[in-house]
Write a protein that binds this ligand. Sequence first.
Ligand code: ATP
Ligand code: LTN
Length: 331
Amino acid sequence: MLQNEKVCFSGVQPSGNLTIGNYLGAIKNFSTFSSEYRCFYCVVDEHAITVRQVPADLRRRTYETLALYMACGLDPEKNTLYVQSHVPAHAELGWILNCFTMFGELSRMTQFKDKSARHADNVNAGLFTYPTLMAADILLYQTDIVPVGIDQKQHLELARDIAGRFNAIHANTFTVPEPYMAKTGMKIMSLADPTKKMSKSDENANAVIYILDDRDTIIRKFKRAVTDSGSEVRMGEGKDGINNLITIYSAFTGKTVEEIEREFDGRGYGDFKLAVGEVCADALTPVQTRFAELLADKAGLEQVMKTGAETAARAAYRTLNKVKKKLGFVV
Ligand code: ATP
Ligand code: LTN
């Protein structure tokens, strides 16, 4: 690693079909860091098992998530792409950081509260300590910046607190990371209930646009998107549905809200919904084509995972060894 080189880290769980929320809030932004940062992008399979997974699905989605990273523009020559469970240092540092994280802090995490309500029959300790493993992911690489959607902001703040607490006892151990949230796209809402985040685990497929949805499906889902009874394409209070569609259109086209409002002045919701569907399908088509090619070459993906894990492990063990020495472990 070059000295003074800045580090970027992020992760996505292979726990479902990825949505345009994952794309616009996270993955699409990953490649923008590749030229200025040393980037690590991880498929976080250990996080995924905090809710029950079907093993065959988890395995398939691990390949798919890696292929999607690459299809969205991440070149494995320029970014370290790998699978979390291939680098045991994550779980090891996760344990250590559990001893620097307070029960009260974890109890306040809104994702824990949401997920334990949704999976009331399986409120396991892993779900509770999910944020310490996430802190370990980030802190292992001396990460400066973490691109995520806004739903992860609270976990990032906890990672910063854990780093600060550890550093206060054992000086200069971890870099304290900053979150990066895309101005447009950090919170894409459900098409069926625009007061709720678009989520890959939503049981209503019409609420969600998947990155792999075909053009007709995308256009049909946007046509059905819930909006208010008005007709003016304008951002406003109480217009969550239209606000969300304007955000999506803006994130895909790079146009500002004012430009969009001008473009659709006097044209009504029907026209606008069709236009949103078209720009979304246009942006996703090349990703889907590339994804299919990458997925057909399983050996190629395995090579990327293997090389990525080797590179990641070298960087991770440097930090882990430093941590162990500071703690007084015999190394
Ligand atoms: P689930 O919906 O099952 O809880 P998730 O999609 O939130 O899963 P991840 O796969 O771990 O969970 O998310 C990967 C990245 O996508 C994270 O950075 C997250 O903040 C971002 N993300 C997820 N949903 C959205 C959304 N609706 N809008 C913007 N960003 C999102
Ligand atoms: N918790 C994240 C996924 C995740 C992550 C990370 C994101 C696990 N480890 C480290 C950024 C950095 C989520 O999106 N649900």
